[in-house]
Every structure is written in C-alpha cells, then in structure tokens.
Design a binder for this molecule. Sequence first.
Ligand code: NAP
Length: 300
Amino acid sequence: MYDVIIVGAGPAGLTSAIYAVRAMKKVLVLEKLNYGGQIINTLNIENYPASPNVSGFDFATKLYNQAKDLGAIVKFENVIQIKNGNIKSVITSKNTYEAKSIILATGSQNRKLGLENEDNFSSKGVSYCATCDGAFYKGKDVAVVGGGNTALEDALYLADIAKNVYLIHRRDEFRGDAATFNNLKSKDNVKFIYNSNVTKLIGDDKLEAIEITNNDGNKENILVSGLFVAVGRIPLNDSFNELIKLDSAGYIKACEDCHTNIPGIFVAGDIRSKDVRQLVTAVSDGAVAATSAIKFINEK
Ligand code: NAP
C-alpha cells in the first residue's frame, strides 16, 4: 500500500514525488514511456527562473534522479484504469497497486493533422518534434504547421538547420508569444504562409511535397522534405475520463489546491484545466498537489 501513487513522470509528477517523499510518504510513480514528459523535446529552456540555457533532457534527468535519490519508486508501466474507494486502485497492464491518494500528472500528447496518409509518412518526412528530428533536414526545405509557441520555436530552431522554413498557419496572427515571433521575423530563410491549411501529403516512400489550401480555397504545392506538425496537444485522460470531472476540452477541473472532484485524487501539470501551460506552472502544480495529498492523508 502506497501513500501516494503518481501517474506520470513529467515535471509535474516528479515534483509531486519530491514533495511527497520529503514528507516521509511512501510514493510510487507510474510512467508508461520515458521520464521527462514534453519538456524533454525542448533543446534550450530559456524561461525557467534562475536557470537559463538548460536543456529539457538535462532538466528532466536531474529531476528524475532527484526524485529517485530521495526515495520515490518509479515503475515504467502503462496505467489502464483508476478505481475510487476509501483505498484507491491503480491498474496497469502488469499489476494492480493500492494507495491512500493519487496524483494524476499524465500531461498531453501531440495532436495530428488527421490527413489520410499522415501515419505512413511519420518518420518519413512528417515529424512532431523539431528538436528530435530537425538535424535530419540539414540544408533541405521544410515546413512547420501551427501558430502557437511550439510552432514558432520549431521554426526558429529549424531556421538554423534547414535551407528554407515555411511556417504555415490557418489564421493571420499567431497565438505564440511576440518575442519569439520577432526573432523569427529576423530570419531571412523563414517564409510565413497565413490563412492556409496543409491539406495533402505528397510523396511515394517519403514526403516530397505538401499541398496547402488557403481560406479562399486556392491550392498550391510546396516542395519540402520535412513537415513539422505543431498544432497543439491532446489531454491524456483515457484511464480516468469516466471517473474524474473534465472540462469541455478533456482537461481536469480542480481548485487552487489541485484536488479533483474525487476526494483523495489530485491533479498536476498540463492535464489540469488552466490558461498557462508552462514548465514553471507544471512544477508549481506538482508541489501544490503533493502538499494537498499529504494533508488529505494526514487528516484521514
Ligand atoms: P497551442 O498553443 O494550443 O497552439 C496550437 C496551434 O495549432 C494554434 O495556433 C492552432 O490554431 C493550431 N491548430 C490547431 N489545430 C490545427 C489544425 N487541425 N490544423 C492547423 N492548425 C491547427 O499549442 P502549442 O504551441 O503546442 O503550445 C501548447 C502550450 O505549451 C501553450 O500554452 C504554449 O504557450 C506552451 N509552450 C510554451 C513554450 C515555452 O514556454 N517555451 C514552448 C512551447 C509551448 P489557432 O491559433 O487558429 O487556434
């Protein structure tokens, strides 16, 4: 029996683990893939207070080791279902674990464009991570689709690697921040294509071109070797979407104490319904959720 089971080993989950083990609680972290979550794809974190220029991988690795060294148990198992009760059950593909409280820190995953042959072209020209795959496109023409911070940062990163970067957005203004947009405008090899969608992926074995359709219905093919899809994230709520109250977009609603509508189940990080999804808000949630879980256990 654990005091706290944390689902997800990203910055929010691992920070929860640090706070809970330091309060002498028995903590299990369950993660389906790799530790680190989304931040692992960020080459250089510039906006984390007092720690400029640290890579996402280094940040995540330090955090992971810190949680383990302090006593958190981490297991790489996929959580399939969560059951409520006085004692809560967390069912993975291998085992069932019991806990007095749970912290959900499952985050979100890449949204796809939903194009017909998108999966076939994955790793053959279509990528969802510029810092992971950008180096394969040295001196080539690539496109980025999306209008948020990820798209802007991906385009900026690729501008130093690729020959030309086409940044395609479905509206005429970006959702991402002005500072990154201004940096991007100073890059001669970045071409902005507004009011347009990627409507077709063209190529035989690998991507050779994309069809874009503007909002007036006009179509154009652009020759590119790579397309980086940066059109947002989907909340990872499969294991608990019938148990926990979600907002209309599928994120978990919670008050400032990160307590969900189920007593003893807490939420932290990107899976929480909120306006600002940043590394700093993820770790902040982690601290709050763990503190609330500790209080819940101690008051029982
Ligand atoms: P996002 O902010 O949700 O932006 C998604 C973008 O994709 C939007 O511009 C949206 O267009 C567009 N889009 C959505 N579906 C589309 C579709 N089917 N076809 C074409 N375009 C589509 O996602 P994000 O950029 O991944 O960022 C997620 C969160 O992480 C944000 O809060 C962001 O600020 C944060 N973030 C922070 C940093 C950092 O701090 N360094 C870095 C990356 C991300 P519309 O604008 O028209 O809706």
